[in-house]
Design a protein around this ligand. Structure first.
Ligand SMILES: CC(C)(COP(=O)(O)OP(=O)(O)OC[C@H]1O[C@@H](n2cnc3c(N)ncnc32)[C@H](O)[C@@H]1OP(=O)(O)O)[C@@H](O)C(=O)NCCC(=O)NCCS
Length: 137
C-alpha cells in the first residue's frame, strides 16, 4: 500500500538515488537536506518509491519537482503525489521540460495549463513550459 508522508532525514539517501535515476541534472543531497521540509515521499512498505517537492513563492504554490522510481511508474503513484499536494484554494505553478510529454500530460489532467515558455531554462539549453493551475478554471 502506498503511503505519502513528509520526508525525513533517513529518507534522503533513497530520494537522491531516485533523483539520479530520473533527471539529467540531479539535485545534490545538500539541497534536499536544506529543503527537507518542502518534500513528501511516497512509500511502498519500507521502500521509498517517489517524492514531490512544493514551496510557497509569493502567494502561489510552486511544485519544485516530482519523480517516481522507474520500476514503479504507471501504477498511479505520480497521481497520488500530485493529488496529495493540490487544493482548490491556491494557485499552483511549475516548470516542465518541453520534451517531457508524460509529465505535461499528468499535470494537464489535474488542471494545469501552459501559460508561457522559459527559454533555455535548463542547463542543457532546453526550454521549459510554465504551467499554472487556477482554482475553478
Ligand atoms: C512523471 C512521473 C512522476 C509520473 O509518475 P507515474 O507514477 O508513472 O504516473 P502515474 O502512474 O500516476 O500516471 C499518471 C499519468 O501520467 C501519464 N503517464 C504515465 N506514464 C506515462 C507514459 N509512459 N507515457 C505517457 N504518459 C504517461 C498519464 O497521463 C497517466 O495518466 P493515466 O493514469 O490516466 O494513464 C514519472 O514518469 C517520472 O518520475 N518521470 C521522470 C521524472 C519527471 O519527469 N518528473 C516531472 C518533472 S516536472
Amino acid at each position: 500500500m502506498i503511503v505519502i508522508t513528509p520526508m525525513k532525514d533517513k529518507d534522503i539517501a533513497a530520494v537522491v538515488e531516485i533523483e539520479k535515476l530520473c533527471f539529467k541534472f540531479p539535485k545534490p543531497e545538500a539541497i534536499f537536506r536544506e529543503d527537507e521540509h518542502k518534500y513528501l515521499v511516497a512509500r511502498d512498505d519500507d521502500q521509498i518509491v517517489g517524492y514531490i517537492g512544493i514551496e510557497k513563492v509569493l502567494d502561489e504554490e510552486h511544485i519544485i519537482n516530482m519523480a517516481v522510481h522507474p520500476d514503479y511508474r504507471g501504477k498511479g503513484i505520480g497521481r497520488r503525489l500530485i493529488q496529495h499536494v493540490l487544493n482548490d484554494e491556491e494557485v499552483f505553478f511549475l516548470e516542465v521540460r518541453t520534451s517531457n510529454e508524460t509529465a505535461k500530460d499528468i499535470y494537464e489532467k489535474y488542471g494545469f495549463k501552459v501559460i508561457s515558455i522559459r527559454k533555455a531554462y535548463y542547463p542543457d539549453g532546453e526550454d521549459a513550459y510554465v504551467m499554472r493551475r487556477i482554482p475553478g478554471e
